[in-house]
Write a protein that binds this ligand. Structure first.
Ligand code: ATP
Ligand code: MG
Length: 266
């Protein structure tokens, strides 16, 4: 299904912005399949705009932007890409439970006209358990804390078992234990071949997973290289050696997130 000759993400001389004003300017970036990339940079530097441009949520004003070999907006199967937005209210007029919100992520993968089968319900359950919310499965999302709601959004993206997972600040407002749990899950999906692009201010918890860093500075990429060598210039991120990230006693009930089927999984 995935064509290894194409990049997971490719921007060439790409400008992205709003109202014809470029925020991200003339950026070149290629992420190969299976890479795990941190997108770093200070507030307002353009990280979210970059991610939204990839997804077709912010206009591309110039250059080329491709995901999974398709120009922006042209990817036929959007379920191949998972997205955790930076700001999102999961609560709405209709009270949705954790199970329902995460099931929507699974449906995105299947196509809306298909019904969830047993294997899909297992995937939903595993994704919710992976973010440590198994005991909240039937609760309205609106009744959860902000950090827990972010974890629901992470589970929603995981449930689709995407080939490319773009997460915008997945650990913001999430407690240390849950950050560790997320790092463990991301390590597993990364090992299974999923490409990760994670916008974050807190590389510490994810330093064992994310190997490459791209630093965005005023809409341009000022650094692209090993995460360990990245400096954002505002001192709010730090890297720890991988072995310091493994904490004893990490959730023994950690479920496995099913590995994406190479046969297409349908
Ligand atoms: N919808 C929008 N319309 C107009 N300007 C916007 C819009 N969204 C963001 N901007 C502007 O684009 C610039 C970059 O914002 P962006 O959200 O991409 O930064 P960021 O690097 O993600 O910051 P943070 O670390 O705070 O999340 C900011 O100056 C912001 O005001
Ligand atoms: Mg942002």
């Amino acid at each position: 299904m995935t064509d290894r000759r194409t990049a997971a993400v490719r921007l060439q001389d790409a400008s992205i912005g709003y109202d014809d004003v470029p925020i991200v300017s003339r950026v070149d970036l290629t992420v190969r399949h299976g890479e795990a990339v941190a997108v770093l940079g200070s507030n307002g530097s353009g990280k979210t705009t970059l991610a939204r441009g990839l997804l077709g949520l912010a206009p591309v004003l110039g250059g080329e932007v491709e995901m999974l070999g398709a120009p922006v907006g042209r990817l036929r199967d959007r379920g191949r890409v998972g997205y955790v937005p930076q700001r999102h209210t999961v609560s709405g007029a209709v009270p949705a439970t954790v199970r329902e919100v995460v099931s929507v992520g699974r449906l995105a993968r299947l196509g809306l006209l298909r019904r969830l089968r047993a294997a899909d319900r297992v995937a939903v359950g595993e994704a919710v358990a992976a973010v440590g919310l198994a005991d909240r499965m039937e609760e309205p999302v609106a009744s959860l804390s902000g950090g827990q709601q972010r974890r629901v959004l992470v589970a929603r993206a995981l449930a689709a078992q995407p080939e490319l997972l773009i997460m915008d600040e997945p650990t913001a407002g999430v407690d240390a234990a849950s950050q560790d749990a997320l790092a463990e899950v991301l390590a597993r999906v990364s090992a299974a071949g999923t490409t990760l692009l994670v916008v974050t201010h807190e590389t510490g918890p994810l330093a064992s997973v994310l190997t490459r860093a791209v630093v965005v500075d005023q809409g341009r990429i000022s650094y692209d290289g090993p995460l360990a060598g990245a400096a954002t210039g505002h001192g709010d991120h730090h890297c720890l050696p991988a072995d310091e990230m493994v904490r004893p006693g990490y959730r023994l009930d950690q479920p496995t997130v099913a590995v994406r089927s190479t046969s297409g999984g349908r």
